[in-house]
Design a protein around this ligand. Structure first.
Ligand SMILES: [Zn+2]
Length: 396
């Protein structure tokens, strides 16, 4: 299991001979460029090779005409500590997910911790500890934004201020704790927002014993920043209610792997019809009862491209730039100043698609040939995707 020091520096990195460059930006998903230059983990130039300063690189990568995209972001995970999940008692799930192209994960609550404290001091201490622990330990180099407290009855404004002062930036899913609805939920979401803490609401039926039904009226009333798993966790609301949420709320529309696939398609199509595709973000909601899903985000991309009939280059933006903007992350977009987190992909061997994008449109998942985080190569050919037809090589 590869964990890496968070302070390792990439130096200058040049990636050349890129065949297709996906930007992550839904307003301009494909860039007319074949070269990226990185310095110490940040993108310093994007363009044609002739226009970039490619001299003096510490590392040069020949992309061999493969596709480069921003590293994928899983907007909804439930980590605990280290690279272990008690949900399925599995080791190495985060490193395995990096082999599925994910370079950043966002916690929706460390809810699976055995004996998770539910008293207010305890839940605050857990959130702060989880945030610190994942800040100091990155399995496979993956950036895990953790420390998302599950709110419980009795919390007061000062608790949210204390959390923010301690560096907590997320709330666990509203509805998983004793605060389920009404003024109390609305008030806590508002306090969180006041102190810069982003909130997500658990939409749909209960996922684990103890969680309850959160219906469309509760979601609208609480007004959390993110309509968490709008396609259910795991049981979805009726399709008409999901479409109503897309229309009546202006908040982020989060679609997850561990939800209802039919409603996932309906929600994505509703967002497009309402001309707000920038609101759509993707997560897995793993680990879960259905296991861990190292390829969960790629599978969501293939699902939405093929069955919701949304151009693949746009769906990749759901899992990259959209999430980065909504979550205020410095990754997810190929532009100067952003984190050098990339996934190199090609059409999988023997797909019926003639190009990477066509293969995804047909419902196949791509082959990953390399993953880079902060300008450092974290893996070569993925051990989890089908083999890519062509893979990048480090040439110097
Ligand atoms: Zn969840």
């Amino acid at each position: 299991m590869a964990d890496v020091a968070t302070d390792a520096k990439s130096g200058k990195v040049v990636i050349r001979n890129i065949g297709l460059l996906l930007s992550g930006d839904i307003d301009r998903p494909i860039l007319d460029a074949d070269t990226i230059v990185v310095n110490d983990g940040l993108i310093t130039a994007v363009g044609k090779a002739a226009d970039c300063d490619i001299a003096g690189a510490k590392t040069t990568i020949d992309a061999r005409q493969t596709c480069v995209a921003p590293g994928l972001i899983d907007s909804h995970v439930h980590p605990v500590f280290g690279d272990w999940t008690p949900r399925q008692n599995q080791l190495g799930w985060i490193d395995s997910t990096m082999h599925g192209g994910v370079t950043t994960m966002v916690s929706a609550g460390e809810v699976h911790l055995p004996g998770r404290p539910k008293d207010i001091v305890g839940l605050k201490a857990l959130a702060i500890t989880a945030q610190r622990a994942f800040d100091n330990f990155r399995p496979g180099g993956v950036k895990v934004l953790a420390g998302a407290p599950v709110i419980e009855k009795g919390m007061v404004e000062q608790d949210f201020k204390d959390l923010a002062d301690a560096g907590v930036t997320l709330l666990g899913e509203v509805g998983l704790g004793s605060v389920k609805a009404g003024y109390e939920a609305q008030q806590m979401v508002a306090w969180a927002r006041k102190y810069g803490i982003q909130s997500t609401i658990h939409t749909g039926g209960p996922s684990i014993p103890g969680s309850g039904l959160i219906d469309k009226d509760v979601v609208l009333e609480a007004d959390a920043d993110i309509i968490g798993h709008i396609n259910g966790g795991h049981t979805a609301l009726p399709e008409a209610h999901v479409c109503e949420l897309c229309e009546k709320s202006a908040r982020a529309i989060e679609i997850v792997h561990n939800g209802n696939e039919k409603i996932a398609i309906a929600a994505a199509q509703a967002a497009l019809q309402l001309k707000c595709p920038h609101r759509v973000i993707l997560g897995t909601d793993g680990p879960a009862g259905s296991g861990v899903q190292p390829l969960g985000i790629l599978r969501m991309v293939a699902l939405l491209a093929s069955l919701a009939n949304i151009p693949a280059e746009l769906v990749f933006c759901f899992a990259t730039g959209n999430t980065a903007r909504i979550r205020k992350l410095n990754c997810g977009l190929i532009e100067v100043g952003r984190d050098a987190d990339f996934v190199f992909m090609d059409r999988a061997q023997h797909t019926a698609g003639r190009t990477l994008l066509e293969s995804v449109q047909l419902g196949d998942i791509p082959g990953i040939g390399m993953v880079m985080i902060d300008g450092l190569v974290r893996c070569g050919r993925s051990r989890n995707t089908p083999p890519a037809t062509e893979i990048p090589v480090v040439v110097g």
